[in-house]
Design a protein around this ligand. Structure first.
Ligand code: SAH
Ligand code: SF4
Length: 340
């Protein structure tokens, strides 16, 4: 008999399954807490279960965990983790320390199907979706290696989270659940290339995490070229979806804008961007393009990036230029591809 992965069960399924093993309802709660709050790796640790119960679980189930293949630390403190999944596929997560914040950037797919021209993850296409537990296990695995608590989570690693909708939502629920990982919804950010139907669906989900949109261009002409998904969901419709997204009070949508030299970095782009964002409570993250070998794009000069930023600031749009992190270990945005 193949053993069941306990982490592949929802809380309700866990309850039913433990019940089928003759265990009381409150045991499901305890096991759930061991799995997600205490990050238990074995049944021996579950000291409030009886010996027989632990044995029975051990015979019929197992607790999945990611296998750490490689951990790299950059000079700026950024860490990149390469993990192997049960089917030997590999994914990456990145830890970014920044003053009092400790942000973990996690993957939602092995590869990505969106094919953005500037993104290394997109180059290899999509291998498969991650299961909810594989998304959550990145947080559990990295937490287990650290002495400090992870404060923020961003779904900005490999993959398009909204293209793996159900698993991503189930993972978010576990990350947010106070009986599980207990993150605040203000500390989790999901980034999307702009899948409009799923953005609308997310708005009705009742989980008020932060939303980030990878906009990256101000005309359909250019966005079509660098982000093929734009042909399906063009800028005007994407902006309309952002306007109707039910934002909690004092929250803002983040717009990510990868700065590509001579592609989307002109004064006119900055002005069009201001127009597009008018009326949306938002902030803009300018991401200077991270170059990699063989890439067809260049990073604009710092002066150009600063000039672009000043135009936005001049129109009262909160704008920061994201510092490139962990460049020498290829941990920066769009450089993850899960290979060794
Ligand atoms: N698929 C989602 C989540 C991944 S986030 C999304 O695209 O939003 C990855 C972020 O890094 C995106 O904002 C993307 O535009 C950006 N990015 C990709 N490749 C990059 C590169 N080479 N340099 C800088 N930013 C890049
Ligand atoms: Fe996929 Fe995002 Fe990379 Fe585009 S930028 S290929 S959506 S991971």
């Amino acid at each position: 008999m193949t053993k069941r992965n306990l982490k592949s069960l929802s809380q309700a399924e866990l309850e039913a399954f433990l019940n089928s093993l003759g265990m009381k309802k409150y045991r499901a709660n305890q096991v759930y807490q061991w799995l997600y709050q205490k990050g238990a790796a074995s049944f021996d640790e579950m000291t409030n279960l009886s010996k027989e119960e632990r044995q029975s679980l051990n015979e019929k189930t197992y607790i999945s965990s990611l296998v750490l293949i490689k951990r790299q630390t950059a000079l700026d403190g950024t860490e990149k983790y390469l993990f192997e999944l049960e089917d030997k596929n590999r994914i990456e997560s990145v830890l970014i320390p920044d003053e009092e914040r400790l942000t973990l950037c996690i993957s939602t797919q092995v590869g990505c199907a969106m094919g953005c021209r500037f993104c290394l993850t997109g180059k290899g296409g999509l291998k498969r979706n991650l299961e909810a537990h594989e998304i959550v296990d990145q947080v559990i695995a990295v937490s287990g290696l650290l002495s400090k608590r992870i404060t923020n989570i961003v779904l900005m690693g490999m993959g398009e989270p909204l293209a793996n909708y159900d698993n991503t939502i189930n993972a978010l629920k576990i990350l947010l659940d106070e009986k599980a990982l207990n993150f605040s919804n203000r500390k989790i950010t999901l980034s999307t290339a702009g899948l409009i139907p799923q953005i609308d669906k997310l708005g009705k989900e009742g989980i008020t995490i932060n939303l980030a949109i990878s906009l990256n261009a101000t005309t359909d002409d250019i966005r079509n070229k660098i982000m093929p998904i734009n042909k399906k969901y063009p800028i005007k419709e994407l902006i309309a979806a952002c306007k109707r997204f039910p934002l909690p009070k004092r929250r803002r949508i983040t717009f990510e804008y990868v700065m590509l030299k001579d592609v989307n970095d002109t004064k006119e782009d900055a002005e069009r961007l201001c127009k597009l964002l008018k009326g949306i409570p938002c902030k803009v993250n300018l991401i200077p393009f991270n170059e990699y070998s063989g890439c067809e794009f260049k990073k604009p000069d710092d002066n150009n990036i600063e000039r672009f930023r000043e135009i936005l600031i001049g129109r009262h749009i909160m704008t920061i230029t994201r510092k490139s992190k962990g460049a020498e270990i290829s941990a920066a945005c769009g450089q993850l591809r899960g290979s060794n």
